[in-house]
Design a protein around this ligand. Sequence first.
Ligand code: PFF
Length: 455
Amino acid sequence: MATSNRGQWSGKLGFILAASGSAIGLGNIWRFPYTAGENGGGAFVLLYLTFVVVIGIPLVLAELSVGRKTQLNPVGAFEKLSPGSKWPWLGKLGILTGFGILAFYSVIAGWTLWYLFEAITGGFSGEITPEVSAQMFTSMTSDPWLAIFLMGVFMILTIVIVQGGISAGIERTTKILMPLLLVILVVLAVRSVTLPGGMEGVAYLFTPDFSKIDFGVMMSALGQALFSLSLGMGAMITYGSYFPKDENLPQAGIIVAFFDTGIAVLAGLIIFPALFSVGIEPDGGPGLVFVVLPTIFNNLPAGGFFAIAFYALLAIAALTSTISLLEVVVAYFVDEKKWERKKASWVAGGACFVVAVPSALAAGGSAFFTDFMGFGIDFLSIQNNLWGNYSLSFGAVMLCIFVGWNWGIPKALESLEASGHKFAAAGVWGILVRYVCPAAIAIVLGYIVFTGTYF
Ligand code: PFF
């Protein structure tokens, strides 16, 4: 559990980029649009934004304060702050959740590689109708070996980077790639919004229909806010543990949250106008983004180039997130079990590959996993919900209780302000972490669990 030689970010900017790299990923560009589409659009988006501000930002700071104070992985961190207690189990749940998320996330990430390959080989040149696009998507996902292969390639990429240690490589890459991703997204959004009928999509995204709000929609919006900000499983504890002593932590955390949310909204501004313009239904599920995007590339000057750039960046955005997912698992085995980083990376990543196979087969590859045990829902969506909504929400409630009531707001604040920069919103933050966040999450999660409103 040595805390020396763990390394740290080169500065605030290094942290902001690495943490944004973790936060910004398929959650923003793949999960946000289709979840919004399944949950009625505007009402979901409004709830999501509210949850980001009221729950997400306070939790980012709560996790970061634990990480900075202890400079340890989640299990070690809880052990250090509350020795001899059961709290380290919360860290273990986080590590399991990271593993669980990686085991379906890598499947979608694999799909981005196939789309990149198609873009490079000219697969998106010419007019692509929604029908053709849907056909392309299904023929990829329903080929079992292809889906497993793509997921495997992505897992290996993740393992190779994590085994080499992450700071220098990731920091340097994200510094160039994140701004580039932003530029491409803005260009695509402008194109999409100005398509004929595009404004209808904008209206769908921003006009809340309050009659659509129920506990299911609230759960999805809450889960999405946590998932997108990489919260509820200790990723921000881990990343905060490398934060330099003399930099302003609250400010850096808030910037990451805004950056992440902005990218999600931008992705929405690409997807919804485009799908309204070509007449695709918004509730298309996990394939939505993959089906919609190819229909707009040829409406762009240099569309072929944009397609390649977009899928390359999407794959990279996914990679900077899968790295943080595997890193949480690996840091645990390295710190607590004294495994070599290389061994930890290959064993954890290899096990995750095996566990991910059913999810890879859940979009047509196998009838059993596509309509899981005849429940009418695919296995990947179950994993997505289980780990990405329920487990993160449970982890988030417990973290609030830990920081707000066990370790205590004054100590957490001391950690946030360790650089000498005062945190102006400290009072509000304390109230949110102690009362508002745990109560709100517990009500939503409790309702869903106790009423059996499953999925
Ligand atoms: N935040 C990532 C995304 O939006 O794609 C997903 C994620 C990464 C969730 C890391 C949780 C995590 F710890």
